[in-house]
Design a protein around this ligand. Sequence first.
Ligand code: AMP
Ligand code: GLY
Length: 419
Amino acid sequence: MNVLLLGSGGREHALGWKLAQSALLDTLYAAPGNPGIAAHATLVGLDATDHAAVLDFVAGHDVGLVVIGPEAPLVDGLGDALRAAGVPVFGPNKAAAQLEGSKGFTKDLCRRADIPTAGYVRVNSRTEAEAALATTFSYPLVIKADGLAAGKGVVIATSEAEAAAAFDAMFNSGDAPVVLEEFLDGEEASLFVLTDGVTLMPFGSAQDHKRVGEGDTGPNTGGMGAYSPAPVLTAELERQAIERIVAPTVKAMADEGTPFSGVLYAGLMLTSAGPKLIEYNARFGDPECQVLMPRFEGDLITLMLAVAKGRLAEIGAPAFTDATAMTVVLAAAGYPGVPTTGGAIRGVAEAEATGGIVFQAGTRQDGDDLVAAGGRVLAVTGLGSDLVSARDAAYRGVDAIDFADGFCRRDIGWRELSR
Ligand code: AMP
Ligand code: GLY
C-alpha cells in the first residue's frame, strides 16, 4: 500500500519512521516532510490547504491511507474532503476536530456530558470578560483564546493586573471568543486513545515539559521533552479518565452525528478529586509521538487503517514494549521567540550510533550541511529499562550532536525522577 503522510515536524518524523517499518508499505509519500523524514519517504511539494491538489495526488499515486499529522489541516476539513472521496484517512473530520479547534466547544460538550473539567464561562468581548470576572472567578484565573494557538493562547493570571494585561492582548483587535476557567491544582499527564468513533483503544500515556526553562520556568513552548509511560497516571487513574472523560466524549460526539475518528489526546489534570480534562488535541502530541512510536511494537498501518475504516473492534490491543522512552528536544536559540535559523547541525549519525533515535523537525538541507530551519529543530529519543536509563540514553545521543546555535533542557523527567 502507498501511504501519504502530511506534516513536517518531529511528530511526523516519528510517524514516518514507524510507518516505514510496516510490512504493508510500498511507498511512503510525505508532504512537505523534512530531511529526516526523507530517509523513509519520497517528499512531495503538496499544500495541505489545497484539498483538490491532495485529492489529485492521492488518486494519481494509488494512495490507500492518508495520515494527517498536525491539527491545522484537520480543523480545516481535509479529513472531510478525503472521506468524501472514499479515501481512508487517519484523523478526524472538521466537526470532530472542534474538540481541539475550539476550547469553548469542548467545555460545552463537557457540561452536556457531565465530564469533569474546570468550571468556565465563554465570553466574546472585553466587557463580557470583565463582567464574568467581577462576579464569578477568583485568582489564579485561566484565560484562553478559543481557537488554535500552538500552545501560546493560555494565560494564568494571578492578579487583576495580569488579567487586564491578558485581556489587552486577547481583545487587542476587537471582540474575540475567549474562555475563562477555574484554575485546577495537580499534576498534568497526557493520555492517548485511538478511536474509530465507537471503539476505544488506549494508546499509552506521557508527560511533557511545556516551559522553555529548567525547573519548568519561562514561557510555554510546544514541548521541550517528554517521556512515556507516565507512572503518575496509574492504571486506576487511566481507567477513571477513560470511563469519566474519554468514553463519554466519544459517545457524545457519535450521538451528535459528528463521530471522532483518529487519536484523541487528553490533557489531564490529576486533582485530589480525580482526573479532570484540561484540553483535548485531535492528533498525536509533539514531542509525545517521539516517545510513543518507539514503544509501540505493532504494525502502524494496520492500526491506522482499522481506525480509518471503523474496524478497531476487530483488532487486538496494541502491544507496547515494557521499556521507558524519553525524548529531549534541541531547539534553536531564541525559541519560543524568534529562533536563530541557519545554524549547522552535525553529529546526527554519531547520536544514532549511541543508540539514540533522532527525529528531525525544523531542519533543512543546505548543500551537504544540515541546518536549523525552525524553533524546535530535532529530538533525540532514548529507551531504557527505567526512566533513569532512558534519560541517560537520550542525553548520550544529545551530547553527540554538535549544534552551536541550539539548546536543550538538561532536566527532562525531573518530576518523576525525583519521586
Ligand atoms: P491548554 O492549551 O489548554 O493545554 O493549556 C496549556 C497549559 O496551561 C496546560 O498544559 C496547563 O499547564 C495550563 N492550564 C490550562 N488550563 C488550566 C487550568 N484550568 N488549570 C490549571 N492549569 C491550566
Ligand atoms: N506537546 C504538546 C502538544 O503536542 O500539544
